[in-house]
Structure formats: C-alpha cells, structure tokens
Design a binder for this molecule. Structure first.
Ligand code: HEC
Length: 175
C-alpha cells in the first residue's frame, strides 16, 4: 500500500517536513511522489483504493483536520484596494480553474452545471451590491467577515496575487 503515514514521511525526509510544523497524521502523504500529496482513487469493482499523485502539495496549508496542530496565518484585513484594474474574463478563468481559484468547488457560477454547494450560489451576485473593497476582502481573507468560514484565505495564504484577486472582483460584479 502506497499510503505512508506522516510519522514515517518525516522520518524519511530527515526532519525537512518537521520544520514546517507537524502535519496531521491523517493526511495522505508520500514524499516519493512529485507533490508529496496523494489522492485516493477507487479501483473499479474491487472495493480497494489506489493512490495517485495530487496536482499540488496540499500540505503547504493547514487543514481543517481535528488532528491539525499547525497554526494558520492570522486573518488579514485589507486597508485599501491595490492599484490596478481587474479583468472579468481573466477572473472567470481563475474561478473555474482547478489549479487557481477553483471557486466552483463550493459556489454555483453561471455556465457551470457541476459545482460544489459548500458556499452560496453566486449566480446574480451583482444584485447584492457589495462594493469592490468588501468583495476583495472576502476573497483575500473571508475570515475577517466570518471567523469560522470554510472559504480559503486566498490572499493571506499567497495563493492568488493582488492582480488575480482584482480580476475575480471584476468578474463577480458581472455575474
Ligand atoms: C471551501 C469552499 C469555498 C471555496 C473554495 C470558495 N468559497 Fe466563497 N464562500 C464559501 C462560503 C461557505 C461562503 C459563505 C460565507 C461564509 O460562510 O463565510 C462564501 C462566500 C463567498 C462570497 C460572499 C457572498 C456575499 O455574502 O457577498 C463571495 C463573493 C465568495 N464566496 C467568492 C468566492 C470566490 C471568488 C472563490 C474562489 C476564488 C470562492 N469564493 C471560493 C465557501 C467557499
């Protein structure tokens, strides 16, 4: 079985991971794979799981696991919008891109028939009339609006750049 428990993974890397803080012991991690993170895939008709390399190293971010012991980055309040102009077309691509915003994992967005329901539908979002700074803050770090949100802090965790966040704000105002 490919699944290596984290204790072992840390031992194999000689403490390299330990510096980043102890990872939860229920994280699927295999340091011999490209991104370290592995992903279960059922083997059809067998009742067994195989593990594939995940496209990203998910251990970079703290998880919502009860076994998580690492501290999350503190919530960051945005004081003012960064300079620049958002592009709605680029924002749409980011929202649908699994390697970028992947907002459709939780939100319904226009034109998408398969979406997650962890967050509210954003179809018709412009009708809420939120101002740009509020929306920017929401995507930069939603914890400022709701301390127990499950929405990832894209800005604080440096997952999306300021320009990408502006693009998303511009897109959200068009839907
Ligand atoms: C893991 C699930 C998840 C992901 C991924 C996610 N969101 Fe959210 N989002 C939520 C939840 C849940 C809420 C409802 C408010 C809350 O619980 O904090 C929310 C609320 C929002 C709101 C606020 C709606 C309002 O009240 O004005 C906006 C805007 C938003 N999300 C945009 C985005 C964008 C853009 C992305 C992608 C970059 C994204 N979300 C990714 C879960 C998610």
């Amino acid at each position: 079985m490919k699944r290596i428990m984290i204790g072992m993974a840390i031992a194999m890397l000689g403490g390299e991971i330990a510096c980043a803080g102890a990872l939860p012991d229920n994280l699927s991690y295999d340091p011999s794979t490209k991104t370290g993170t592995i992903w279960p895939k059922p083997i059809k008709g067998s009742g067994e799981l195989s593990y594939k390399n995940h496209r990203q190293d998910l251990s970079r971010w703290v998880s919502l696991s009860y076994a998580e012991t690492r501290d999350a980055n503190r919530p960051v309040t945005v004081k003012a919008l960064p300079k620049g102009k958002g592009d709605p077309a680029r924002g749409k691509k980011l929202a649908f891109n699994k390697k970028k915003g992947n907002c459709v994992a939780c939100h319904r967005l226009p034109g998408k028939t398969q979406f997650g329901t962890g967050g509210p539908s954003l179809v018709g979002y412009h009708k809420l009339g939120r101002d740009d700074t509020w929306i920017y803050q929401q995507v930069f770090d939603a914890r400022v609006h709701n301390p127990v949100t499950i929405m990832p802090p894209y800005g604080t965790n440096k997952y999306l750049s300021e320009q990408e966040l502006l693009d998303l704000v511009a897109y959200l105002k068009t839907i």
